[in-house]
Design a protein around this ligand. Structure first.
Ligand code: AMP
Ligand code: MG
Length: 417
């Protein structure tokens, strides 16, 4: 199992662009979990730890793609119908079992191995069968309706690469290649807590000035969706001693600790000092909005991600940086999320030098789709997330957006599991 170096999050105090932060994550973060072998039936959503290299061809044998008649193309007349005797039968799971001589046609069904000596299959719809003979139309190409052995995956090819999150089709491929088990990373065990004297669990009474904890359940769902096993450490007050106890407990049998709140560089922010008692803490100052410094550290050797308190900032920082960071710790090789582009249906001004993630909806305007910005964009307005389809991304260099300009966007459905 790889361990993170103690200073892997140390970056000084420079303002990082998103691209720089992602490059740092790629360069410095390695898996913190070991591996295990699981049956295919338990592998969905897990992260592959070892390449799956094909030890056989897929398909294993050349076979027919249709129901029809297998022939040697050289037996067909180019300009008129050919009549051949039908001398055998090959069905899926029932090969012909002998080579075919020139001048024979073999009745064949989808998936049946191509008999030796044949190279082309004419669909039954294009043939007329009578008196044990088949009449074949002219004009078919050599090799038509034949699937080659190994045309999908060839022996020796890397079919699935380590670091991939396994989805249903990946498992289908592994099964088609005869694998019954896969080597995957152990799930990341995450200790999750919220911080704040004002924060209460839903269902509890709400004293004056208090709010319900939106972040913890949201983060638990996001983490579970990524395949993590989440332990709930509840809500901790803004007191150093309480935080130290909880963080020490969480570090005992977890691979990662995730917190929210208490990491702005303010007076009531005791997460920083608590973490420093048990390990190290660094702030990554990110040139993004919404989002504040992201706190990253280690508590007794266990990595910790300290997210902001505002729920919108939690979701955005989780998507932009938490996701690649957590996936890497869990052994995945995340690819950059796919961006799409659309015309802006709104005008906007922003500061140069930081990247902004605006919540927006895609709407039909006449015969074109445009992105319409959600009206309130405060970092605490959770409805700006759940009432929006996408994050519109305005790059660092943009200072004004005019209606009709093309903008990149990231659908929430692409990133929220
Ligand atoms: P902080 O980073 O602790 O200063 O929190 C920033 C803002 O987010 C404050 O308005 C907090 O009340 C709010 N906040 C912090 N934690 C949560 C939470 N778990 N759920 C909802 N809001 C929160
Ligand atoms: Mg707080």
């Amino acid at each position: 199992m790889a361990q993170l170096t103690d200073d892997c999050f140390a970056l000084g105090s420079t303002l990082l662009t998103v691209a720089e932060a992602l490059a740092e994550i790629e360069a410095r973060i390695s898996p913190v979990v070991g591996t295990e072998t699981v049956p295919l039936t338990a592998a969905a959503g897990r992260i592959l730890a070892r390449d799956v290299v094909a030890t056989m061809n897929l398909p294993p044998h050349a076979n027919s793609a249709v129901d029809g008649y297998a022939v040697a193309h050289g037996d067909l007349m180019a300009d008129r119908e050919t009549v051949l005797p039908v001398t055998g039968r090959a069905a899926a799971g029932h090969p012909l079992g002998r080579p075919v001589r020139r001048g024979e046609a073999i009745r064949i069904f989808t998936g049946a191995p191509m008999p030796d000596g044949t190279d082309t299959v004419m669909m039954q719809e294009d043939c007329i069968f009578e008196d044990q003979r088949v009449r074949l139309k002219p004009g078919i190409k050599k090799g038509a309706n034949r699937r080659h052995a190994g045309e999908d995956i060839a022996t020796g090819e890397t079919a699935l690469s380590a670091g991939r999150r396994l989805r249903a089709p990946d498992l289908g491929l592994a099964a088609a290649l005869g694998r019954e088990e896969l080597c995957v990373f152990r799930p990341l065990r995450v200790g999750l807590l919220s911080t704040g004297d004002e924060v209460r669990d839903p269902g509890a009474p709400l004293p004056p000035g208090a709010i319900y904890d939106a972040n913890r359940v949201m983060l638990a769902a996001l983490l579970t969706g990524l395949g993590c096993m989440v332990s709930d450490f509840g809500i901790r007050p803004d007191r150093e001693a309480a935080l130290v106890d909880t963080l020490a407990a969480a570090s005992a049998d977890h691979d990662l600790i995730v917190t929210s709140g208490g990491v702005s560089t303010g007076e009531e922010d005791h997460v920083k000092t608590a973490i420093e008692q048990l390990g190290t803490l660094h702030f990554w100052r990110l040139a993004i909005r919404p989002g504040r410094p992201l706190a990253l550290g280690q508590v007794r050797g266990v990595p910790l991600i300290g997210l902001p308190g505002n729920p919108v900032a939690v979701v955005v920082t989780f998507i932009v940086l938490g996701l690649p960071l957590i996936l890497r710790l869990a052994g995945a090789t995340p690819s950059a999320p796919r961006l799409f582009s659309v015309r802006a249906g709104f005008a906007y001004r922003k500061k140069v030098g930081r990247r902004e993630y605006l919540r927006a909806n895609l709407k039909w305007e006449g015969d074109a789709v445009v992105a319409v910005k959600y009206p309130s964009d405060g970092a605490g307005i959770l409805s700006s997330i759940f009432r929006s389809d996408v994050l519109v991304i305005l790059e660092e260099g943009v200072n004004a957006l005019t209606v009709g300009t093309m903008v990149d966007f990231l659908p929430f459905s692409e990133v929220i599991p």
